[in-house]
Design a protein. Structure first.
Length: 71
């Protein structure tokens, strides 16, 4: 299940066979008990395809995708 204690924290997500360092922004508005809204940036994920002129990417992550908490 999700936790409000993780909001604002950097985490390692495992999705599509790779690890992504992301920041949990909030509980997902549609599925707050099971999903987070997350963002990730090129600075934390240099091998990801994120446009240089983009502030970052965002998506919804199921709580089971969170592998560890970094900060």
């Amino acid at each position: 299940m999700t936790s409000t204690e993780l909001i604002g924290r950097k985490v390692v997500l495992f999705r599509s066979g790779r690890e992504i360092i992301a920041t949990i922004e909030r509980l997902d508005s549609t599925y707050p008990a099971t999903c987070y809204t997350v963002t990730w940036k090129k600075a934390d994920n240099p091998r990801e395809e994120i446009p240089a002129d983009c502030g970052g990417m965002y998506s919804i992550a199921h709580y089971t995708e969170v592998r560890s908490v970094l900060s």
